[in-house]
Write a protein that binds this ligand. Structure first.
Ligand code: DC
Length: 222
């Protein structure tokens, strides 16, 4: 079974995809974590994030892999043999990930890994181009949205939980910039697939969204 979940920054993709995967006994794949790990690699090695040739060379040397996490149903991202899962959520890495995600060769390197995982396991995979490109034949495609203010508040809370305190205005600005970059890039931009079901999560509880998704899966009889 393949379930694709796409949407803009902090629309609830991660939380919902993770819970849903657990509920239906599938693996949860966070494709954004992989773009984030590429940004971590560039920042660590002092490679400009606007230099896709150097980044790709380094990426092939390292390389980047997904390995089962402790919970057994999700994956942690590794650079070489180092688990970098705890290093990918800073604001600097968020900004950088939207930059490296513009480059076709970096995208194809990561999309190949994403497709491989989905060929081995039932997955709930979230990102920006999952319904349109990575799992274009997914059984179910979900497009999550929420209003800008709700999303910025969620993002601010996520950062706070990691010990990073950023003003609401700054988070809002960064959210807008990252969405613009993700939606306007030439290659595989964030876009709702024509056959995706849209959910506005602004006024829905996580439980409500999960229950509706489970109903949709039942109806589809996958
Ligand atoms: O979902 P996220 O915020 O962790 O993703 C980080 C960045 O990676 C995001 O700005 C866009 C990029 N991304 C992408 O281009 N395609 C994906 N499938 C997932 C993420």
């Amino acid at each position: 079974m393949q379930i694709a979940i796409d949407g803009p920054v902090a629309a609830g993709k991660g939380t919902i995809a993770r819970l849903l995967a657990k509920k239906i006994n599938a693996r949860y794949v966070d494709s954004g974590a992989m773009y984030r790990a590429v940004a971590v690699l560039g920042l660590r090695k002092n490679i400009s994030l606007e230099n896709p040739v150097e980044l790709l060379l380094e990426l092939k040397k390292v390389p980047l892999r997904l390995r089962p996490a402790r919970d057994k149903f999700s994956f942690d991202v590794y650079l070489n043999d180092e688990n970098v899962q705890d290093n990918i959520r800073t604001s600097e890495v968020s900004r950088g990930s939207a930059v490296v995600a513009q480059y076709p060769k970096i995208r194809s390197y990561l999309v190949k890994i994403q497709k491989e995982i989905a060929s081995k396991f039932s997955v709930v995979m979230e990102g920006r181009d999952i319904g349109t490109v990575v799992l274009s034949n997914a059984d179910i495609k979900i497009y999550l949205i929420a209003d800008q203010k709700t999303r910025a508040l969620r993002r601010q809370k996520q950062l706070e939980e990691k010990g990073e305190y950023v003003s609401f205005e700054k988070v809002l600005q960064e959210t807008i910039e990252r969405d613009n970059r993700d939606m306007s890039r030439a290659i595989n931009p964030l876009k709702k697939a024509s056959d995706a079901i849209e959910f506005d999560t602004s006024n829905m509880s996580i439980e409500q969204v999960i229950n509706e998704l489970v109903e949709i899966i039942k109806e589809k009889k996958i």
